[in-house]
Design a protein around this ligand. Structure first.
Ligand code: FES
Ligand code: FES
Length: 179
């Protein structure tokens, strides 16, 4: 994207082109949870910052900022990504789904419902990222084994260590999602 590149000083004797927008900002427009979202942002803004600070969608959490914990996972054009490692400006024109966008007409997504039923959360800090990763996991492994679930979730950490029930919840949700 052009706004990542620093504006270069014009060569001596040439007219300087008018900057397309306020220096130091980038225009970004994307669809978040089915709604248009646009803002002028610092080009260094991370997707997670854009979601939490510009869109006020605070369900996406920041647990580490070093791409380890997975608390920040959202869906970008249908794929799970760690939003702390994605520049918001690179998502221009994309579709983003956050945990807030899963329930339809007040009805929880089957994965959310399974986490509720199987007690797949304790403090809940990791839960939004777990749920978003788990939905992508089931897309790729419609009938996952326990081992596959554990392997595929290696990018999501639960500091309450509630993995046993998280795995049970994902297994149950995969059955509901298949039917
Ligand atoms: Fe993104 Fe931890 S905050 S991986
Ligand atoms: Fe507390 Fe996972 S439920 S971090």
């Amino acid at each position: 994207m052009s706004w990542f590149r620093k504006a270069q000083a014009p060569a001596a004797g040439t007219a300087a082109a008018a900057p397309p927008q306020e220096a130091g900002t980038a225009k970004v427009a994307m669809t978040v949870n089915g709604k248009a979202a646009a803002a002028d942002i610092d080009p260094r803004t991370l997707l997670v910052q854009f979601l939490r600070e510009n869109m006020r969608l605070t369900g996406t959490h920041v647990g580490c900022d070093t791409s380890q914990c997975g608390a920040c996972v959202v869906h970008l054009d249908g794929k799970a990504v760690k939003s702390c490692t994605v520049l918001a400006a690179s998502c221009d024109g994309s579709e983003v789904t956050t945990i807030e966008g899963l329930a339809v007409d007040g009805k929880l997504h089957p994965m959310q419902e399974a986490f509720r039923q199987h007690h797949g959360l304790q403090c809940g800090f990791c839960t939004p990222g777990m749920v978003m990763s788990a939905i992508d996991l089931v897309k790729n492994f419609p009938d996952p084994s326990e081992q596959q679930i554990r392997e595929q979730l290696d990018g999501n950490l639960c500091r309450c260590t509630g993995y046993h029930n998280i795995v049970k919840a994902i297994k149950a949700a995969s059955q509901t999602m298949r039917s």
